[in-house]
Design a protein around this ligand. Structure first.
Ligand code: ATP
Length: 514
């Protein structure tokens, strides 16, 4: 646990030190669970967004993208169920006065059981070596089987109680498991209460005429209310999808995990409109498609897993999360939800307008079903950033900090250095910058010894460093150094663009999905 916390602290301080993420309004001591993306962070975030948009919108001729407003008519949130059901169960500790999400306290308890299982697996793997069969071990080792059953029974009781809104039983469960407040160790809990997560605000100049509004808690509703407008103007035929990226706001009860859980965050969502009855096929297809997208970034298959929901949201008939191994354990990164006709059906009811699709082949009209993929851009940022940050021991016994971002996502693709600040080397380095900047984000750096400049760019995540020396003036060649292998090669200046392009071109990366 202590190592996990240290690793996570390192991620947060590296993000600040290298201009990726700052606490919002830091000079006023910050605002809880609100963050600003700095010069490098904004680039990384934009690259992740582009990578998603290209994969979803540009490469699928049956998906189009929109950009709906954050403010929506307030009835939207009545129809979507958010006014009545977008609640989290909260509980306070009477001694420490700290507030928690009751379901998260229980889930964290289960995560500790899962950590014990992982520990047993690792021990057995070491003992049996190549002969180790993980599946068999999980099915037959009595201690591990007991742990698994314990975890399952706790989660299923939690799901049932939440489903029935039996908050007294959620408290009973916390007491039975003897869960203590992580801050104070006290087990003195209040009752569990529901808390609505939407932020309210007002539209209009005078108090009398002002209209109560909500900041959208998800981007999806902007797609639903535009469904027919988009379908008609794009002349899409079912099945087709509408995608968008944008800000969402939730008054989260507990937000202590950096950009994992924020009060203002960004989502990348796609709603896929389908014929009723076909939802299970599409559910499987999109689970597979989205996992392939993640794996294409090469961040390690072992770092992802699916988690099927026991408790379904008010709108879903099937749901799974893609979980990622964050520095604090496996947690939800993306949700894939079969939303049935819940949203469109309710918007029809509340607005009195038909939101039906006319099928030209069967000549029937119907309210489509919807399959949704929803990923938090900030969580994806944290997944990429934390997974890339590594401490490496070098051959000479020293250490280097390197941010091994997938090159396609790196904010700066190459740094160009003159070996010395004289003899015409800066001029040639600048000439290279001026040529490359039309294609990539590059930077010029002449400060400090070259070794220190390399380290700086390693920590910054820059995949290439290009050094101009005296030989460059004679034969127009430079040294190009690769961030991950630290290998250096001498290449013609004329080839530099191609070499960078081969590693950072989105096409090459996205082709792995197909
Ligand atoms: P959680 O269970 O972690 O609260 P959720 O199930 O409520 O998440 P969804 O409503 O399915 O999340 O939202 C879709 C995606 O939006 C999530 O998978 C996550 O990546 C992202 N997301 C949700 N809430 C936040 C938040 N407070 N901060 C950052 N990202 C978030």
């Amino acid at each position: 646990m202590a190592k996990q916390e240290d690793d996570f602290k390192r991620v947060i301080s590296h993000a600040k030190e290298y201009g990726y993420v700052f606490q919002s309004s830091e000079i006023y001591d910050g605002l809880s669970a609100v963050y600003d993306y700095a010069q490098n962070g904004a680039e990384l975030k934009k690259n992740i967004r582009d990578y998603w948009w290209k994969a979803m919108v540009q490469l699928n001729d049956n998906i189009v993208g929109i950009d709906a407003a954050i403010f929506m008519h307030p009835t939207t949130w009545k129809a979507s169920g958010h006014v009545d059901a977008f609640n989290d169960p909260m509980i306070d500790n009477k001694d420490s006065k700290k507030r928690y999400r009751a379901d998260v306290l229980v889930e964290d308890y289960v995560a500790k059981i899962e950590a014990k299982i992982e520990k047993e697996v690792a021990k057995a793997e070491k003992r049996f070596g190549d002969k180790f069969d993980k599946e068999q071990f999980l099915a037959t080792n009595q201690r591990v089987v007991d742990y698994q059953e314990q975890a399952k029974s706790i989660l299923s009781r939690l799901a049932k109680s939440l489903e029935k809104e039996d908050l007294a039983d959620v408290k009973k469960l916390i007491e039975e498991l003897e869960i203590a407040c992580p801050m104070s160790g006290s087990k003195n809990w209040t009752d569990v209460k529901q808390f609505n997560l939407m932020f309210g605000t007002k539209l209009g100049a005078s108090a009398e005429s002002a209209m109560d509004l909500y900041l959208r808690p998800e981007t999806a509703q902007g797609i639903f209310v535009n469904f027919l407008n988009v379908q008609k103007t794009s002349r899409m035929k079912i099945p087709f999808g509408i995608a968008q990226t944008g800000k969402a706001f939730r008054n989260e009860i507990v937000a202590r995990q950096f950009i994992f859980r924020m009060r203002e965050f960004e989502q990348m969502e796609m709603q896929f409109f389908i014929k009723p009855g076909t939802q299970m096929e599409w559910y499987e297809t999109w689970k597979e498609n989205r996992m392939k997208w993640h794996l294409s970034l090469g961040m390690g298959e072992d770092n992802y897993r699916f988690h099927d929901h026991e408790k379904l949201a008010h709108y879903a008939d099937a749901a799974a999360d893609i979980e990622f191994r964050f520095p604090f354990g496996f947690k939800e990164l993306e949700g894939i939800h079969s939303r049935t006709d819940f949203d469109l059906g309710n918007h029809e009811k509340y607005s009195g307008k038909k939101l039906q699709y006319f099928d030209p082949e069967t000549r029937e009209s119907y309210v489509p079903y919807v399959l949704e993929t929803s990923i938090g851009l900030d969580r994806m940022f944290l997944a990429v950033f934390s997974n890339s940050l590594q401490e490496e021991e070098l051959e000479n016994g020293t250490f280097r900090t390197v941010l091994k971002l997938p090159p396609v996502l790196a904010p700066t693709k190459a740094a160009i250095f003159p070996l010395l600040k004289k003899d015409g080397l800066p001029e040639l380095a600048q000439e290279i910058v001026d040529d490359l900047k039309w294609d990539f984000n590059v930077l010029y750096d002449e400060k400090d010894a070259v070794g220190r400049r390399y380290r700086r760019q390693d920590a910054n995540g820059t995949p290439f460093c290009i050094t101009v020396d005296h030989q460059s003036l004679e034969d127009r060649t430079v040294t190009i150094r690769h961030r991950d292998s630290m290998e250096q090669e001498r290449v013609a200046i004329a080839d530099v663009k191609r070499i960078i392009h081969e590693q950072v071109d989105m096409k090459t990366w996205l082709q792995k999905i197909q």
